[in-house]
Design a protein around this ligand. Sequence first.
Ligand code: UFG
Length: 340
Amino acid sequence: MTTKQKKILVTGGAGYIGSHTVVELYHSGFQTVIVDNFSNSEKRVLDGIKAIIKQPVTLYEGNCNDETFLKNVFQQEPDITGVIHFAAYKAVGESVQKPLDYYQNNIGSLMTLLKVMSAFHVSNLVFSSSCTVYGQPDQLPVTEQSPKKMAESPYGNTKQICEEILEDFVKSQAQLKVTLLRYFNPIGAHPSAHIGELPIGVPNNLVPFIMQTASGIREKLTVFGDDYNTPDGTCIRDYIHVVDLAKAHVKSLYYLEQREGSSFFDIFNLGTGQGNSVMEVIKAFEQIQKEHLNYTIGPRRSGDVEQVYANVDKAGTLFNWKAELSLEEALIDAWRWQKA
Ligand code: UFG
C-alpha cells in the first residue's frame, strides 16, 4: 500500500498539535480521519485545516472513552492503518481541581482505544506524552533514559500511567507497535495563520499569554519568579515550533511501519535540544515587535520546574528528524496567528 492510500485516525485532531499534524499528514500523502469531541477545541479549526489542505476533512464527533462510538468509526473506516492519539485533557492546574475527570478521560480513552484497535487489528500507534514525566531532571539535557520523577499533578500522573499501560500492553502478546513521544514546549502556529493555539479563557502557557498581552487582551504578563538558579533567574524550557513537532509525528509513523514483527515500543523526546529562559522569550518577542512588552516579575508558580530541555539525538538518528524552525520563527508565526 502506498502512503497515498494510508489512512490515519487522529484523535484530538481538532486540537492544537493534532490540527497541525493532520496538515503535515496530508502534505506527506496520508489520508486522515479526525475524532474529536470539541471539549477543548472548536469546529472552526476544521475550516482552518481545509483552507490549508484544500480538501474536505473527515470528522467523527465523539469521545474516545465511548467504545461503541469508537468501534463505529473503525467499522466505517476499515482501511485505517494507524492511530495518533492526542485526545486528552492537558491543563495542569485544572487537573488538581478535577483529578477524577483527568484520570477518567486520559486513561479511560487510552484503554478504550487499545481495546478497539486490538479488535480491529490496527497495530500502529503514536502516543502523545510530555516531558512532564521527567519532573526536575538531575542532569540536563534529558535523554529518554533519564529517570521519571513523581508526578507533580494528576495531569502528569495520567501521562506516566498511560506510558506504563502502553509498555505493559506491548509486553503482553499484544499485536501493537507504539512510539511514545515526549513533547517539550510546543509553541507557534501554522505560517498560513489558518490554524494555531486557541486557549480557552486566560491562557496558562507563556507564549499565548505574551500574544494576548501584546494584542491588548491582557494588561500585562507576570513572569513567575526570577530567583531560580539559572543565568537570568527565570525558568528554562525547550520551546519547539508546533509545525516541527507535527512533522515528527509523520516521521514516527514511517518509523513504525518499518519495524518488523508484531510488537514494538519505544520512547522519543521531541524538542529542539536548546533551552531558553522566560526572559529570553520575552526579549526575542520584543526584538521582533520592536516594542516593549508590558510585564512584571511575580512570585514563583507552584509546581514549575527550574529547567528542562531535551537531548533529541534519538529522534534525530532513528526518525531522521530534527526541529528546523527557530524560537523567533515560532514567535512570528504565533503573532501572525494572534492577529488573524
Ligand atoms: N510562565 C510565566 N508566566 C506566564 C506563563 C508561564 O512566567 O504567564 C513561565 C512558567 O513559569 C514557565 C514557562 O513560562 O517557567 C513556561 O510555562 P508554560 O506554562 O508555557 O509551560 P510549562 O513548561 O509549565 O508546561 C508545559 C506544558 C504542560 C506540561 C509541562 C511539563 O504546557 O502540559 O510543560 O513540564 F505539563
